[in-house]
Ligand binder design. Structure first.
Ligand code: AMP
Ligand code: MG
Length: 397
């Protein structure tokens, strides 16, 4: 059985980035991965400009508070003034270029306009309320590195340097199907012995949230034939195939057998809880990852293993989650023979609370929690101990 670290390393070793690229408009780039570094062709801001509504002055002209200066010009955002006449002030508004000769802006709250003059009730220092040309971006700077996942801030930054289109990797196609004779789709009535197919919604949400193109092949009954047929189709249509259920050693578990028949299994089982049964293999050109059926196990193993794998396949540079040291507000003495990932939640006191039921079937724990506590094999936790906390934002975003 592999350790969680060994499994992650082995998965990342096998994850090759898609090669194909396309150009997308900057407004349509949300969730895509940048395929080439982006340089700025301009300086941002392009000129020294005012951070405030107020009066642009020469500091030398305001030796003490209470100086009265004639107002020699008005400069609005989007316009350009003229050089400041020595001994005068320029009315100026936020974002307007600071005129040559001025070296500070006094905010209007410290000024009193009187006719064509203004009394400056403060003593400015050089550079006050002036945003320097290039303080954000200099011409030819790389503003976004290759492999960057484009979120709202990155799209805005690209737009701020005038980039209209961005080169991105093509979307990774991820097919999934869900094994289990007991599974029923919400909207249908449950017969005795049946349960709803929750993994479909959890995994589809996670896959789409990463920016992959999902291909949903639905529920597949527990037979070798049906599993093989679904797997063959999924592997033809997708870059990566993800399934849930059917990877244990039960009599109704056909996933591993199907992968062995159509391709090869390279890894099986990971020493962790929740989790354990998890298959990695290859079928034709596609990667295959079979997740456990238990809803918590599927969710947690997706965050810990599948997400980094998919991100690397998508071309992303930064794929590993970060863990933080946080104090526990609970005790955990059930140390086992497998590394455990507990569903926990950060409280207002800055410490972590534990969801009372850590069963791998209790999906309520995942909706309640906002992170996992990583408990090494054989370790126990006392209230107040510093523990390794992995926020869900690191695992599922
Ligand atoms: P398996 O890995 O197929 O042995 O399934 C383990 C447990 O997870 C069983 O209790 C299954 O009923 C449950 N399970 C399997 N697939 C799903 C699914 N798609 N949605 C919800 N529960 C599932
Ligand atoms: Mg099953």
């Amino acid at each position: 059985m592999l350790s969680a670290d060994q499994l992650l390393d082995a998965l990342l070793e096998r994850a090759r980035s898609v090669a194909e690229q396309e150009a997308v408009p900057v407004g349509g780039a949300l969730g895509r991965v940048l395929a080439a570094p982006q340089r700025s062709g301009i300086t941002v801001p392009p000129a020294d400009n005012s951070a405030m509504d107020g009066y642009a002055v020469r500091v030398a002209d305001v030796a003490a508070p209470g100086v009265r200066l004639p107002v020699s010009q008005r400069i609005f955002a989007g316009t350009v003034g003229v050089p400041l006449v020595p001994g005068s002030a320029a009315r100026i508004f936020t974002g307007a270029p600071v005129p040559p000769g001025a070296d500070a802006v006094v905010m209007q709250e410290y000024c009193a306009a009187e006719g064509d003059t203004v009394v400056i009730h403060a003593q400015p220092h050089v550079g006050e309320n002036v945003r320097r040309a290039g303080e954000d971006v200099r011409k030819d700077d790389v503003v976004l590195a290759s492999g960057t996942r484009l979120g709202a801030a990155e799209m805005g930054l690209a737009a701020s340097v005038g980039l209209a289109t961005l080169p991105v990797f093509r979307k990774l196609k991820v097919a999934c199907f869900f094994t289990g004779n007991e599974l029923v789709t919400p909207g249908e009535a449950l017969a005795p012995g049946q349960i709803y197919n929750s993994n479909r919604y959890t995994l589809a949400g996670l896959i789409a949230g990463l920016g992959c193109a999902p291909i949903d092949l639905g529920i597949v009954p527990d037979t070798l034939e049906a599993t093989e047929a679904a797997l063959a189709r999924a592997a033809r249509e997708a870059d990566v195939v993800i399934t849930s259920g059917g990877v244990s050693v039960g009599e109704a578990d056909y996933v591993k057998a199907a992968v062995e028949k159509l391709g090869r299994v390279e890894m099986w089982k990971v020493a962790m809880k929740p989790g354990k049964p998890l298959v990695y293999g290859r079928v034709g050109e596609a990667d295959f990852i079979g997740l456990p059926g238990n809803p918590v196990s599927a969710f947690v193993t997706f965050g810990l293993f599948v997400r980094p794998f998919l991100l690397k396949r998508m071309g992303a540079a930064d794929v590993l989650y970060r863990a933080f040291s946080v104090q526990a507000d609970f005790a955990w003495s059930r140390s086992g023979t497998r590394r455990e990932f507990l569903r926990t939640r950060l409280q207002a006191n800055g410490r972590l609370a534990l969801f009372p039921n850590q069963s791998s079937g209790v999906l309520t724990s995942c909706a309640w929690a906002d992170g996992l506590v990583d408990v090494p094999i054989g370790e126990t936790i006392r209230a107040g101990d510093w523990v390794r906390f992995i926020p869900f934002s690191e695992l599922f975003a």
